[in-house]
Design a protein around this ligand. Structure first.
Ligand code: VGL
Ligand code: ZN
Length: 210
């Protein structure tokens, strides 16, 4: 059994929600396969944060809000390019609920994101306008956290953006590959790993290597 990460390292479990799992509105291939891996991983961390994609029903990241557009197309928003998605993780719906197999009773908080109609938020730290902070950076810093390990769904969107922003806010960051699954649209997965490498995010193939 590998040694536990030191207490200044937190685990961030990103968007392990029904809509990102098989049968969900924006199903990530094998998305539910991360659940047992993450349950075991979380037991090694004193500080665990969960995130939850939590959109209003008319969120502007939904293709349904853009007549003539289809899911996985890209549009220009005031803050830059935005991939359009199927309606997903509508706040309060079963699809937005955390996967029922997730078993992390000691998780300290749930960071919801994507609440404002006009602005998406892949990152748990900073919305897509790149200006609005969720407050997670301060929450972690106030608890003496200096490093984060990120896992969950999807590798190439919310996991990657969260890990990149962790670096931006001065945390050491790693991503556990076997505890993630990707959407991989338009080359997004390769780009995400390249961006993370450039930002100094550690790529950890297996939890046992932590
Ligand atoms: C996500 C697309 C849209 C994610 C969330 O959790 O990676 N991807 N909303
Ligand atoms: Zn979303």
């Amino acid at each position: 059994m590998p040694a536990d990460p030191d207490p200044a390292t937190a685990l961030i479990v990103v968007d392990v929600q029904n809509d990102f799992c098989p049968g969900g509105a924006l199903a990530v291939p094998e998305g539910d396969a991360v659940v047992p891996v993450i349950n075991a991983l979380a037991r090694r961390f004193a500080t665990v944060v969960l995130t939850q994609d939590w959109h209003p029903a008319d969120h502007l990241s939904f293709a349904s809000q853009h007549p003539g557009r289809a899911p996985f197309e890209t549009v220009e928003m005031p803050y830059g390019p935005q991939v359009l998605w199927p309606d997903h993780c509508v706040r309060g719906t079963p699809g937005a609920a955390l996967h029922p197999g997730l078993d992390i009773p000691h998780a300290a908080m749930i960071q919801r994101k994507g609440l404002r109609r006009e602005v998406d938020s892949y990152s748990a730290f900073l919305e897509a306008d790149r200006a609005t902070r969720t407050g997670l950076d301060g929450w972690l810093a106030a608890r003496g956290i200096r490093a984060v390990v990120v896992c969950g769904l999807a590798t190439d969107f919310c996991v990657a953006w969260t890990a990149l922003d962790a670096r931006r806010f001065g945390f050491a960051a790693g991503v556990v590959e076997e505890a993630c699954r990707a959407i991989d649209t338009g080359g997004s997965l390769a780009r995400a790993w390249a961006d993370m490498a450039a930002a100094g995010v550690r790529r950890i193939a297996r939890a046992a290597e932590l």
